[in-house]
Write a protein that binds this ligand. Structure first.
Ligand SMILES: Nc1nc2c(c(=O)[nH]1)N[C@H]1C(S)=C(S)[C@@H](COP(=O)(O)OP(=O)(O)OC[C@H]3O[C@@H](n4cnc5c(=O)[nH]c(N)nc54)[C@H](O)[C@@H]3O)O[C@H]1N2
Ligand SMILES: Nc1nc2c(c(=O)[nH]1)N[C@H]1C(S)=C(S)[C@@H](COP(=O)(O)OP(=O)(O)OC[C@H]3O[C@@H](n4cnc5c(=O)[nH]c(N)nc54)[C@H](O)[C@@H]3O)O[C@H]1N2
Ligand code: SF4
Ligand SMILES: [Mo]
Length: 779
């Protein structure tokens, strides 16, 4: 493309709004503006609202540099993407065509990354609040020097008077980059040096991560690119059509190749269209369902006797537990028919190879760890372990994250113990045993942390540092989160790109970079890839990466440790190579420099657990443990036990009389966590429905399309409209809504987290979003 053609294209683009983004970049980068257009505190955070719509154009039109990156969001897919840069401006994003997993295109959200990046609503400068905290808060621009001085002065004061442990981090999954974020690095390096409380980031997958090693010793998930080769794909409490759009094509291959599909889910999901069996299970009751299926496998001799004899221990104890779950009892508790249970058991036993994809919602319950443990017995009983690359289970590929995390997060050095995300901690007893050199807080009970209640009574909280997360949208028991952030004696720092609901409570806001401006290393948690994200453009305004922020804060505090002079290249090298040199699991010569050149590398194919069939499983007995002495020693049932969900018909019968509907939160294909709700094009397609069964609706006088209030003792969610559906869509007694909408974009109406509880899960100290009884009325 010639220069004049490019100029013409830019003219065309400018007419469609492109130059608004360009102008913002240029002016902001030159520092000539006092503030991005909407950084005056009056912003709604409402994103582009269509202003820059349509500026993408054909990949082939412009000559430009192509930079390889990775979508950094907390999403199964970790899309490998390419960005075209013309004159220092990002003009188009598309999928990396060479990557078999995410080839083609990012999802609908990823396609709006340029709107996201060049949005007029991005926070580009440090801000301080002027006036009251909360909705409508006003901010004015300050320099980084002033921001750092204010924060360091306040932090020193708190450390000297109350103690540094009164400063609490909140960080979760804004970027899943292993250096800038992902639970343990980023600004935590600074906060842990400071002496701030240690954060257990156990919001998402912790119960399952804690449960699986009791069965298998280590976690080896099947590669999703193998779905096409399996005889049976079981979607167990998962909805890949929303959560992992790029892996649906592999399920389609399974179907095309004659494989079967089973869905276990209280809600109809798109995969039900292809399913041979849909079990509309009652939420929270997966343990009895799995045990009922196990009883049938054992009673009818439909299990792999040779495999179990050689590689498993505790069959008799498992049989005794399963015996308590005849089909009639399973039917009653799980609200399924005995026939459905039989069909599932036979379908599973008959398949030569089977993959069970366990969704994460299953583990976000007070009994979530037990559910994952109960399901985990099925592949072992049927010999689906170590048999084929297309047999086994999927949870998260955490077992393949063979990087030197401690070199980067410095936890051993700073906290006295290393925890890769916290999920390997089973319960508070282990923490109380003194692994850490300071007070520990758990994200699952953040409302208590902020309000000094429950287990945190008497533990002062005087400052909160939020980055990479949005507690006021995403964390349970939200009204109490708001109360805690609103405390006048709590100093709040928020680092984000947007004026989120949480940012409205900030004393100081620090602007962060996005994927186009940040270098990082990413590893998929579903696929088998290690990836490099190269920065594509200069940061807009004065945005800093999380590591730059950590280093600047450390220098402001006067810390002179060498590690606060490190940049991403040194950290990436230490992460990937460690002191050992290239890391063998990723194939030959896996060095930082090679990953940069190759952009991504897939872990070379192998059969999960095949090595353990030869050399034993890394459990205490060396076998797959249906009976776990370790669990018993920790005070749990050594096999598994059905303890009803903390809020459910059988777990809390009195509460059930008052609030007879189980609220299930689910994931929107149009949002990722709370990301993108503020981007106009996306908000336009995102719905805010409460799926409700027609009989549940009619007894409450609710018609399709009515505005409704969903309520319980914790609060009222008033942002939903009823979508009245029948038995073909949802189980009666269950209502479902999508998670992570921004109250401030809904006229201050609450999202569902005003209803969700702060209980911790049985294993891994995870959250219990699903242990949630409610009622509904017409608004
Ligand atoms: N009701 C209900 N609620 C849920 C769930 C549920 O099932 N039901 N699921 C839970 C789960 S599984 C998860 S993972 C959590 C997610 O919880 P969080 O990770 O706390 O929430 P997100 O909404 O993803 O917020 C991420 C924020 O980080 C910011 N951010 C992005 N990149 C960066 C960066 O590089 N630096 C900085 N400083 N900030 C950045 C984004 O702009 C965004 O505001 O939500 C939980 N919430
Ligand atoms: N588009 C998009 N993709 C995402 C995310 C996002 O926000 N948006 N978030 C990412 C993150 S952080 C996570 S953790 C994952 C979330 O992944 P998941 O947690 O797997 O996704 P959900 O849709 O919340 O839940 C999956 C299904 O579980 C069902 N379900 C609920 N309770 C039960 C139960 O007790 N038993 C059974 N059998 N089924 C139940 C629900 O009906 C739902 O269809 O997705 C990731 N991918
Ligand atoms: S949100 Fe997920 S599917 Fe969408 S671009 Fe990012 S990684 Fe890909
Ligand atoms: Mo998550």
């Amino acid at each position: 493309m010639s220069k004049s053609e490019l100029v013409k294209t830019k003219e065309e683009l400018s007419r469609r709004g492109f130059l608004r983004g360009l102008a913002l970049t240029t002016v902001a980068a030159s520092g000539l503006t006092s503030c991005a257009p909407s950084c005056d505190g009056g912003s709604t955070g409402a994103g582009d609202a269509g202003s820059t719509a349509g500026y993408q154009y054909d990949w082939e039109i412009a000559e430009g540099e192509i930079v390889h990156g990775v979508c950094p969001k907390n999403c199964y897919d970790t899309c490998r993407i390419c960005t075209k840069i013309v004159d220092g401006v990002a003009v188009q994003i598309r999928g990396d065509q060479t990557n078999p997993y995410t080839a083609g295109s990012p999802c609908v959200k990823g396609q709006t990354y340029l709107d996201y990046h060049y949005s007029e609503d991005r926070i580009l400068y440090p801000m301080k609040r002027v006036g009251a905290k909360g909705p409508g808060a006003q901010f004015e621009r300050i320099s980084w020097d002033e921001a750092l001085k204010t924060i360091s002065t306040r932090f020193k004061d708190i450390s000297d008077t109350v103690g540094a442990e009164a400063i609490v981090p909140y960080t979760f999954s804004g970027t899943f980059g292993l250096i800038q974020g992902c639970f343990f690095s980023g600004v935590l390096r600074f906060l842990y040096k400071l002496g701030a409380a240690a954060l257990m980031p156990n919001m998402c997958e912790a119960a399952g991560i804690a449960a699986l090693p009791f069965t298998y010793g280590k976690q080896c998930d099947v590669d999703p690119e193998q779905y096409g080769n399996t005889d049976l794909f079981v979607s167990w409490g998962s909805n890949l059509s929303a959560t992992s759009v790029h892996s649906v094509k592999f399920v389609a291959e399974c179907k095309k190749n004659g494989g079967k599909i089973a869905v276990i889910n209280p809600m109809r999901i798109p995969l039900c269209e292809w399913a041979d069996l849909w079990v509309k299970i009652r939420p929270g009751t997966d343990t009895p369902f799995a045990l009922g299926a196990i009883k049938i496998l054992l009673d009818e001799g439909m299990y792999d006797k040779k495999f179990v004899e050689k590689h498993c221990m505790g069959l008799d104890e498992l049989a005794a537990v399963a015996d308590e779950w005849p089909a009639s009892r399973v039917a009653e508790v799980c609200n399924v028919t005995a026939d459905e249970l039989e069909r599932f058991a036979h379908m599973y036993a008959d398949a030569e190879t089977a993959i069970i994809m366990m969704g994460m919602q299953v583990n976000r319950d007070s009994n979530g760890g037990s559910k994952i443990r109960a399901i985990s017995f099925l592949p072992a009983l049927t010999g689906n372990i170590g048999k084929s690359a297309a047999a086994g289970f999927q949870w998260l590929t955490a077992g393949y994250w063979a990087l030197n995390f401690d070199n980067v997060c410095l936890s051993t050095k700073l906290l006295g113990a290393f925890t890769p995300g916290g999920g390997y901690v089973v319960n508070w007893n282990q923490i109380n045993a003194g692994a850490y050199n300071r007070r520990v807080i758990n994200i699952a009970d953040y409302a208590d942390v902020l309000n000094e209640t429950g287990r945190y009574a008497g533990q002062p909280t005087r400052a909160v540092f939020v980055y990479n997360g949005n507690p006021l949208v995403s964390v349970p028991d939200n009204a109490r989160i708001r109360e805690g952030l609103a405390r006048e004696d709590v100093f709040v720092v928020v680092s984000d790109k947007w004026h989120t609901d949480t940012a409205d409570y900030a004393d100081i806001i620090l602007p962060c970079t996005d994927l186009l401006e940040t270098e990082d290393i990413h590893q998929d948690y579903h696929g088998w890839y290690l990836n490099h994200n190269a920065p594509a453009v200069e940061p807009l305004g004065e945005a800093k990466t999380n590591i730059e922020m950590a280093n600047a804060l450390a220098h402001a505090m006067g810390y002179d440790d060498d590690f606060f002079d490190e940049g991403v290249p040194e950290m990436a090298k230490a992460l990937i190579e460690g002191t050992e040199g290239a890391n063998p699991i990723y194939g030959p010569d896996m060095t930082y420099e090679n990953l940069k050149k190759e952009h991504w590398r897939k872990i070379p194919a192998f059969v999960p657990y095949a090595d353990c069939l030869e050399s034993g499983f890394p459990t205490p007995s060396g076998k797959i443990e249906f009976y776990s002495q370790s669990l018993k020693d920790l005070g749990y049932h050594p096999v598994v036990e059905y303890v009803p969900s903390a809020e459910s018909f059988d777990g809390s019968p009195e509460l059930f009389k008052k609030y007879p509907l189980k609220l299930v939160s689910s994931t929107s294909k149009d949002l990722c966590g709370s990301n993108w709700h503020n981007i106009g094009k996306i908000r336009a397609i995102h719905h805010q429905h409460l799926y409700i069964h027609e009989r549940d609706a009619s007894v409450r006088g609710i018609a399709d399309g009515d505005s409704v209030e969903v309520f319980n003792d914790r609060g009222v969610c008033d942002s939903l409209t009823a979508l009245v559906v029948d038995d073909d869509v949802i189980l009666e007694g269950t209502v479902l809504a999508l998670k992570s909408t921004w109250p401030k974009l809904m006229d201050g109406r609450n999202n569902i987290n005003v209803l969700t509880p702060g209980y911790t899960a049985d294993l891994g100290m995870g959250t219990s979003f699903q242990a949630n009884l409610v009622d509904v009325r017409k608004a």
